[in-house]
Design a protein around this ligand. Structure first.
Ligand SMILES: Nc1ncnc2c1ncn2[C@@H]1O[C@H](COP(=O)(O)OP(=O)(O)OP(=O)(O)O)[C@@H](O)[C@H]1O
Ligand SMILES: [Mg+2]
Length: 495
């Protein structure tokens, strides 16, 4: 059977890759691969699987898994379950002590396979997440110690990591939110009102619009301000890890993790911020919904439910309709979370706030860098008004910070003090005239040809700026061919 599999694999490899063999590729994979035949006899076992199990491949190959792994039974072996049911056994997390005495955590998936002679087998694919598991447990216990006070020394060392970390682990209040724009102020008002209630809040906004600031602001203005604030990004960890991190785990449970409370228990009395909620595993969203509805959590592998009093804030950088359409957010969870919904406008919709934000960040970095810069040049400011700011306020902040690093003897940050990629975009924009709309409404009527040429030039410069000076993409934006754009660039001497 092993030779048969090898023959099929190397034949396929010859056809598909023109060399090498599937076997070599599978053997070198980072994932552990373990294939058994219908009698649960191992016919392929790669290096990663051997490393995780602490065995040598020779000790496993051609032998029954029950002989090699005495703790396995017909019932608990996932390979056996797949062989019997001919069904995939989904992602499961296992913590075990391997033959070398090392504690290993893996995420496994077992799928049925059919060999060319029609006989069936099963393949287990394992990912080693021992390191991630350890890191997450460290973070969790650090949070535990921090939120329960810890020693003075510990608190100091954690708070030093961020400039002004408050005792509840946050750094911002509403006072740190800069903006006078009408739409922005409306969101601010809603946020202030939200702080006075205990309902869930869903904060929607593009990257860098200040979602985290709003969340911390709400917590710090609420009656829970002296209680813990715990933020967890839902996109960062595999499902099983996140599940036990959020809801806790019971020793001896299926996951084998040590007994520890989850973030919901640690945040008891306070607030939990679930960042990028639309990246949370779909099934886990259902579990989260139950916790929100019942106000109780049950640790993974645990029997008892525990009452928790936690206010939930969640963020998302996608519009809800898009998130439903792509299947990344459950509608039922959305309705539960969005009792209050704050939609933060992107910076390009609140350009009137640019001067205020500029002043704010210039002051901030003057203090940090111990300098006395006066601001940015008129040319740069004008370009900033025309720029689209895909990275929003964070991008503006970084631009100023970079300016402080690059500016030499000048008193103002200019184009030359920007990172190269932004310098090109913004200097293109600086050349765009901003009073083209005027002749449409008032003043002397310009000559049609020269006016249309000026409009054309302006649109070309904007399209180039938006597409990082890539002529093909700028052409696409403008709906003209690359050749015709090149012709126009020559005509207007924009090359
Ligand atoms: N209105 C604002 N006033 C002052 N600073 C702001 C404002 N909005 C954002 N910032 C700054 O931008 C940075 C990014 O904000 P934040 O981390 O809240 O963004 P986010 O919306 O959570 O982005 P992401 O989706 O990438 O996590 C903050 O560190 C803050 O310094
Ligand atoms: Mg954020």
């Amino acid at each position: 059977m092993a030779e048969e599999l090898e023959r099929i694999m190397s034949e396929d490899a010859g056809r598909l890759l023109g060399g090498g063999s599937w076997r070599e590729i599978v053997l070198a994979l980072d994932e552990g691969i373990h294939i058994v035949d219908q009698q649960a006899r191992t016919i392929l076992y790669n290096h990663s699987a051997a490393r995780m199990d602490g065995l040598r491949a020779e000790e496993v190959l051609d032998r029954s898994i029950f002989e090699v792994f005495p703790s396995l039974t017909f019932e608990n072996s996932t390979l056996m379950q797949t062989l019997r049911s001919n069904r995939e056994v989904g992602q499961s997390q296992q913590t075990f002590v391997n033959m070398k005495g090392e504690q290993i955590t893996t995420v496994n998936k077992t799928v049925p396979v059919i060999f060319s002679d029609g006989s069936r087998g099963a393949m287990e694919i394992s990912r080693d997440i021992t390191l991630i598991q350890k890191l997450s447990e460290n973070i969790s216990s650090l949070r535990n110690r921090f939120s329960s006070g810890g020693s003075a020394e510990e608190s100091v060392s954690v708070s030093r990591a961020k400039s002004q970390v408050k005792s509840n682990n946050t750094s911002y209040t509403f006072a740190d939110l800069i903006g006078e724009n009408k739409e922005f102020k409306q969101v601010m008002n809603d946020a202030v009102r939200a702080a006075g209630s205990d309902s869930s809040v869903l904060i929607i906004g593009e990257t860098g619009t200040g979602k985290e600031l709003f969340a911390q602001g709400i917590h710090n203005a609420s009656s829970r301000a002296n209680q813990p604030f715990i933020a967890q990004n839902c996109a960062a960890l595999p499902r099983e890890l996140l599940e036990s991190l959020l809801f806790g785990a019971e020793k001896g449970s299926f996951t084998g993790a040590a007994t520890r409370p989850g973030l919901f228990e640690q945040a008891n009395g306070g607030t939990i911020l679930l960042d990028e909620i639309n990246s949370l595993d779909y099934d886990l969203q259902a579990k989260l919904l139950r916790v929100l509805q019942e106000g109780r959590v049950r640790r993974v592998g645990g029997q008892q439910e525990k009452k928790v009093d936690v206010r939930v804030l969640a963020t998302m950088n996608q519009q809800p309709e898009e998130a439903f359409a792509s299947g990344s957010l459950r509608q039922d969870l959305f309705y539960r979370l969005s009792v209050i919904c704050l939609s933060i406008p992107p910076l390009r919709r609140r350009r009137d706030d640019i001067p205020l934000l500029l002043d704010h960040f210039i002051d901030l970095y003057n203090q940090r860098f111990n300098r006395r810069l006066e601001g940015v040049t008129e040319e740069l400011k004008e370009a900033m008004f025309k720029y689209d700011w895909p990275g929003n306020v964070r991008e503006l902040q970084h631009m100023i910070e970079c300016g402080f690093n690059l500016v030499s003897r000048e008193r103002k940050i200019g184009m030359d003090s920007l990172p190269l990629h932004q310098r090109e975009k913004l200097s293109n924009l600086a050349r765009v005239s901003s009073n083209l709309a005027e002749p449409l409404l008032q003043g002397d009527i310009p000559e049609l040809d020269s006016y249309l040429a000026a409009v054309e030039k302006q649109l070309i410069l904007r399209a180039l700026s938006q597409s990082d000076n890539n002529i093909t993409s700028a052409g696409k934006l403008l709906g003209i061919s690359r050749q015709s754009l090149q012709y126009k660039l020559k005509k207007y001497q924009l090359e």
